[in-house]
Design a protein around this ligand. Structure first.
Ligand code: RIB
Ligand code: CA
Length: 313
């Protein structure tokens, strides 16, 4: 497999952290051109700090990190401290990062990179609200034709919402941004709650990560202990869903996942269902298919990959 150039757009968040670590542990397959922070789980100053903390933990001090948009395109920012804690990385304390933020704005980095790299050679991996991506597409429409693929975590259909009865958090926070992305014509693969809720880090899986025995694995263990409590209390499941790492795992092992190429549109008008991903799973309309909507994964294969890769850092 040729090395895939990626930009990770993220709102860390403990699950974002594991996704970033998975990407940084796979340099033979993934060339992380940069990490762009966006406001989401916690405000931008914290998501951009957390991205630096995570790269430092991985020992990847050269990773370019950029701060992006501090608020959604049109709406007030909604955050998720109730899930991720006040810092966004509650559960394991790490020292303040020394790794610097780059001066450029994340949106300028995304535009510049897509205009510089060969057309169709860069994959965008959004793990949070789509504000940075939509802003880049609006400011520079020419980049849409230069994106290889967007593989994002967001949305839900059969699993319904996690922040409202209708909507998943990333899409809910900035539905207008999501609408721009899903109408961009760029090839999109979606990791919705339908698949991420099948990626539960249950006790045996968490113990396997802790058994790696490195400081990094202890940090991941602490983060997971904190992060899973919300979903375990809410859904009564055995462990929290590892939402964002499914995006990176898909790039590494697409064979672990399955889905359908269907039409997905975003509710932006209704207050009741704002941010809903209206997925035409049964193709009952003649709306054009615009996304591969992933519904299932091989969970044991996913956690085996994740554990093996985290042990490399
Ligand atoms: O709904 C789950 C998503 O919202 C994940 O990306 C999590 O990190 C939060 O951003
Ligand atoms: Ca996230």
């Amino acid at each position: 497999m040729a090395r895939r150039k990626i930009i990770i757009d993220t709102d860390p968040g403990q699950d974002d952290a594991v996704a970033i670590l998975l990407a940084l542990s796979s340099p033979e397959e993934l060339d992380v051109l940069g990490i762009t922070a966006v406001a989401g789980n916690v405000p931008l100053p914290l998501t951009s700090r957390n991205a630096r903390v995570i790269c430092e933990l991985a020992g990847k001090h050269e990773t370019p990190i950029f701060a992006g948009c501090a608020a959604p395109l049109q709406r007030r920012l909604v955050t998720a401290e109730h899930v991720h804690g006040k810092t966004g990385l509650d559960g394991y304390d790490l020292p303040d990062p020394t790794l610097p933020l780059r001066d450029a704005h994340a949106v300028d980095f995304i535009i510049e990179t897509l205009r510089t790299e060969a057309p169709g050679s860069v994959t965008l991996c959004p793990l949070g609200p789509l504000t940075n991506i939509a802003t880049a597409l609006t400011r520079a429409p020419d980049i849409a034709g230069r994106v290889q693929e967007i593989v994002l975590m967001g949305g839900a259909y059969f699993e319904v919402g996690n922040i409202t009865p209708a909507a998943e958090f990333n899409i809910y926070v900035d539905p207008e941004a999501a609408d721009i992305v899903f109408k961009s014509g760029i090839p999109i693969t979606v990791m919705p709650l339908d698949v991420t809720h099948k990626a539960l880090i249950n006790p045996p899986r968490l113990e396997a990560i802790r058994a790696i025995g490195t400081p990094l694995s202890q940090a991941v263990g602490g983060w997971m202990d904190f992060y899973e409590r919300f979903d375990v209390e809410k859904y009564g499941g055995a462990g929290g869903p590892l939402h964002d790492p499914t995006v990176i795992a898909y790039l590494l092992r697409p064979d672990l996942f399955s889905g359908k190429h269907i039409n997905v549109e975003i509710e932006t008008a209704s207050d009741l269902t704002r941010g809903m991903t209206v997925a035409d799973w049964w193709r009952v309309t003649d709306r054009k298919a615009n996304a591969t909507f992933v519904g299932d994964l091989n969970a044991e294969g996913f956690f085996g990959l994740l554990t093996e890769r985290l042990a490399r850092l």
